[in-house]
Design a protein. Structure first.
Length: 261
């Protein structure tokens, strides 16, 4: 009888590929709607946010008495930048919503009793995302200072607005998303998509990829900025592996008791 119940639960957990694709499409649409709503709200906060992004550039210009400024080089550049910053704010503001959609996509692979961990997933993913954003915000002015510091004293540095905003927003979002990835690892282990032992076996490659990704994604040439991203990511990776292994041991004990005559 216990085996029959277990088989029925597994059958309900299985979904054909077409159903998975439909579920992914629906969750993606809902996430995009959330980001769009956040972007509409972000439109009205464009000015203070852009001034905050520009402040490190102005600070370097005043400190070094240098010709450094953000340059709007096209007639439509100001509008493009406003849209880009609004979308950036939309992603930040709607993070709890699209993180929930990510979890809801994974949740069908869980048993009914395991879906109660939704609050645990969101309770870890949301603070980690904003912790990554906060760390990036702390790193950002130092990155600007380092990069502008390469400008020769006899030259001017007119920063093209599109590239400048892309640099700033990418840095911040990359840190935020990177800090969420270990929670996604735990969710995949919870859903039996990837075993914790698989994550553990690949730890050398994971550490290597983390450092390579940190070197590529952090847009500064210094080692310190790379370490600010790579070291916390490595720690979170091993924490996620440990949580996954603990969960698999607990689940194995429960399954053994359920199948016992």
């Amino acid at each position: 009888m216990a085996r029959a119940r277990a088989r029925r639960r597994d059958a309900r957990a299985r979904m054909p590929l077409s159903a998975h694709l439909r579920e992914f499409r629906n969750r993606l649409i809902l996430a995009v709607i959330g980001v769009t709503v956040g972007a509409v709200a972000g439109w009205f906060f464009y000015t203070p946010v852009f001034e905050a992004l520009q402040e490190p550039v102005l600070a370097v210009a005043v400190r070094d008495d240098a010709m450094v400024a953000v340059n709007f080089s096209g007639i439509a550049t100001a509008l493009d930048i406003r849209i880009k910053v609004s979308l950036f704010l939309g992603v930040i503001v709607s993070a709890p919503w699209w993180l929930y959609q990510l979890w809801a996509f994974v949740a069908p692979g869980l048993k009914a009793g395991e879906k109660r961990y939704t609050f645990g997933f969101l309770g870890a993913a949301i603070p980690l995302f904003f912790a990554g954003v906060a760390l990036a915000w702390w790193v950002y002015p130092r990155a600007v200072e380092i990069l502008i510091g390469f400008t020769p004293d006899s030259a001017a540095n007119w920063l093209e607005a599109q590239m400048f905003v892309s640099f700033a927003t990418r840095l911040i979002l990359v840190f935020g998303v990177a800090f969420v990835f270990p929670v996604v690892m735990v969710a995949l282990t919870w859903a039996r998509v990837v075993r914790a032992r698989t994550w553990l076996k690949g730890w050398r490659w994971a550490v290597l990829l983390i450092f390579v990704a940190a070197a590529v994604l952090t847009p500064t040439p210094d080692v310190v900025t790379m370490l600010f991203m790579a070291v916390p990511m490595c720690a979170l990776y091993f924490a996620a592996v440990g949580i996954g292994m603990w969960r698999e041991r607990v689940r194995a004990k429960k399954d053994a008791r359920a199948l016992a005559p």
